[in-house]
Design a protein around this ligand. Sequence first.
Ligand code: ZN
Ligand code: FE
Length: 275
Amino acid sequence: MPPPAAHPAAPATLPDGITIEPIGAFKDNYIWCIRDSAGRAVIVDPGEALPVLDAFRAGGLSLVGILLTHHHADHIGGVAELVRTLGAVPVHGPVDERIAEATARVRDGDRVVIAGLGEGGLAFDVLEVPGHTSSHVAYHGHGVLFSGDTLFSVGCGRMFEGTPPQMSASLDRLAALPADTRVYCGHEYTAANITFARAVEPGNAAIDEWSRRVDQLRASGRPSLPSSIGIERATNPFLRCADTAVARAAAEHAGRSLSGPVEVFAELRAWKNTF
Ligand code: ZN
Ligand code: FE
């Protein structure tokens, strides 16, 4: 694959007839299903097989590919049974021996092309975003982002295998995508994340506005997702570490002065872990 600079910009919108729907899994995971009007579908992070098989049977869908963001079982646990039941398809995933099920390894700057979906196919650029895990990737194209457990709405993943400089650099990369990019993440954590964001930044009106919308969506049984990069920049404390109010709140919680956005990020992440 050529380096990222050789790519023209990622396609800006989804082609007509392509939709993205959630398949709920476990307690609060989302398996995202990208489908066309002919019933061909790609799924993202199938942590379990049964809800996918149910959705495919109900919708008369056929599987053409799988995208994986990271090695955690709640994101890859269903892959083996799905390809056994629905047939072998390309399984795109990061370079990590813990993801034995991947058949097509992806690296930063790669473009994953899914020819079998829609009339012209779909294409997603791969961004390596380490921090939650060491080999976590995100997929971006057609104005949408699959961020796995790196970026949540109004939050971010725990740093199981990364450092604050790594995780904050990964979040910065995602935050730099166009504001109207729709964000599809791996878990429904938005409402709880908003509670934390309010503790950090009680005066942020964008959080109140997003919170009202999230409450409406959840009350009607719908996911709070997708969010957007614009909403995240305005509400997500982990993307706002350079903001004066966020930095002040983090320093107050730490009980010492913090030197710069990465230290602010580290303090916020530690704070959230025990919130
Ligand atoms: Zn995870
Ligand atoms: Fe997860």
